[in-house]
Design a protein. Structure first.
Lengths: 450, 100
């Protein structure tokens, strides 16, 4: 049982993290054949009993992938339904033929008629399901549909075109099976040979680090962006999503460190395969019979460990879809593309989300905010946050047109930012404002405040 | 009154939390723009909901609540009422829970 790392092994951790991030933040376009090969392997290996070998679609962005998953689900479900009806019809007719006491001539006549009827039915069904031409036709139609279904057209067109009937249980099974099988295999080969403390230390140093930068910063934010653009009802019908590159690469890095640095004598072919699909498949939707994978972004801009671009999208895809982000906060593009001199203090206070408000305030600058609103400081108080003394101020601000309000200005030392939040006009001191904010009659100093 | 606060989440120690519905996840509050969350990451503790109220029950040894933008808060064993701080919109004069 390995209980601790040597200094040399410990020094290797940053290299593994850097490698994980390099692939995780890669903007290189994916090759269809590679993606298809990997997806077929995944379905064959882990999902065989739940789904046949899938059609693999590769699209330009998570938005396209989401819409495609909904459209294709409808298409595939109906086809599978027709296919199964046809199969049962065919077998019952054949059975009755075979069991009948008809003469051989009649049988052969019926057989040929039946054969021709069934052949045409079968052909059309097979064409629908298997013909590669149709596959590419569908693909190009889908592309056209997708581009016309953005924005306001999305709801009405999807409403009439779609009746998705997804089996959520199946999707969770797909995900569960995939995760359970993979991790239990890797764990039994590698993880269990480690002392539990060391395991959790490595887990937090490798897996959690990558998760916070790739999973939380990229994948979660893209999901939130998608959710805000697809109606929530449709969003819930997207099916099971897997983000190999953004969430699973943390696990891959974790296990690969254990294998390469701690247990090099053990051969783990599964790990090599996992590397391929963690690095080559960013994210996609898994369905029975098909899957839709999105190409990675074409641009990713970061400041430190978070998404940040002061001029354009912080994460952009080939079709133009993406997200704007300042200091890791996803926000409306207008706050990024509008020069700060054209943003007003009203824009700050009208923004209901406190994180977004904080970033807009940061952009226009507190000095300007105070000057333009002719803010008067009514009270100030030093409060310990994260064991640091921070100044809180109660300001009375004049937004013009007779709108005078009281706002609490607070420092957030954890992220070196400032917040302003509106409070009740009856608050005259910082303590009264804090009490009102927390729903108390009088101020109670928290035992711990972070 | 014992109060713990992590950003916009306030935990007030109470005598006994009423019986509520067990929340399957350990997430107290999730940010709508960041994907960040206040979540119980350490210790034996569960979240319960009753109507629009939320409670945390921390067993022996207490529990730790973490968030990507704040230092962790360690609460002692006991029952807690969870409150999300409120704010007032200067223009509409409407009071709402703070959402991050």
């Amino acid at each position: 049982m390995i209980k601790s790392l040597t200094k040399t092994q410990e020094a290797k951790i940053p290299e593994y993290l850097a490698e994980g991030l390099k692939y995780g933040l890669s903007t290189e376009r994916l090759e269809y054949t590679k993606v298809q090969k990997n997806m077929h392997w995944i379905y064959e290996t882990f999902l065989k009993e739940y789904s046949p070998k899938p059609f693999v679609f590769l699209v330009d962005s998570p938005l396209q992938a989401g819409i495609a998953a909904i459209i294709l689900n409808d298409f595939f479900n109906k086809n599978f339904l027709l296919g199964s009806q046809l199969r049962s019809q065919l077998s019952s007719q054949l059975d009755s033929e075979l069991n009948s006491q008809l003469s051989s001539q009649l049988t052969s006549q019926l057989d040929s008629q039946l054969a021709s009827q069934l052949a045409s039915q079968l052909y059309s069904q097979l064409t629908l399901q298997l013909d590669p031409q149709l596959y590419s036709q569908l693909y190009s139609q889908l592309g056209l549909q997708l581009s016309s279904q953005l924005g306001s057209q999305l709801d009405s067109q999807l409403d009439s075109q779609l009746s998705p009937q997804l089996d959520s249980q199946l999707y969770s099974q797909l995900g569960l099976q995939l995760g359970l099988q993979l991790y239990s295999q890797l764990d039994s080969q590698l993880g269990l040979q480690l002392d539990s403390q060391l395991r959790s230390q490595l887990h937090s140093q490798l897996y959690s680090q990558l998760d916070s930068q790739l999973g939380l910063q990229l994948d979660s934010q893209l999901d939130l962006q998608l959710d805000s653009q697809l109606r929530s009802q449709l969003y819930s019908q997207l099916g099971y999503k897997v983000s190999f590159r953004y969430w699973w690469s943390g696990y891959y890095t974790f296990y690969s460190f254990i294998n390469r640095e701690l247990l090099p004598e053990i051969e783990v072919p599964l790990l090599e395969k996992m590397k391929e699909f963690c690095y080559d498949i960013p994210s996609g939707y898994f369905h029975t019979g098909f899957c839709v994978i999105s190409q990675p972004p074409t641009e990713i801009h970061r400041k430190g460990m978070v998404l940040h671009n002061e001029k354009d999208m912080a994460c952009k895809f080939a079709d133009g879809w993406g997200l704007y982000s300042l200091n890791g906060i996803r926000l409306d593009g207008k706050y990024v593309t509008t020069p700060s001199c054209e943003l007003s203090v009203e824009d700050v206070m009208k923004e209901s989300n406190v994180d977004v408000r904080r970033e807009v305030l940061r952009k226009i600058g507190l000095e300007r905010f105070i000057k333009e609103t002719q803010a008067k400081c009514l009270d100030k108080l030093e409060i310990k946050v994260n064991n640091k003394q921070c100044e809180y101020q109660l300001l009375e601000v004049d937004f013009g047109e007779g709108i005078i309000a009281r706002v609490l200005k607070m420092d957030n030392p954890s992220i070196d930012a400032m917040h302003v939040e509106g409070v009740e006009d009856t608050c005259n001191t910082v303590k009264e404002a804090l009490a009102w904010r927390n729903g108390f009659n009088e101020y109670v100093a928290p035992k711990q405040l972070t | 009154m014992t109060v713990y606060q992590q950003g916009d989440v306030v935990l007030i120690k109470i005598e006994k939390a009423p019986k509520g519905k067990l929340k399957p996840s350990k997430v107290i509050q999730e940010g709508e723009h960041t994907g960040h969350a206040h979540r119980i990451t350490d210790g034996d503790a569960n979240i319960f909901t009753l109507g629009d109220k939320m409670y945390v029950k921390a067993q022996r040894g207490g529990a730790t609540i973490t968030h990507e933008e704040h230092l962790p808060v360690t609460i002692e064993e006991g029952d807690y009422e969870v409150r999300i701080v409120r704010q007032k919109d200067p223009f509409t004069k409407l009071v709402s829970r703070v959402v991050d």
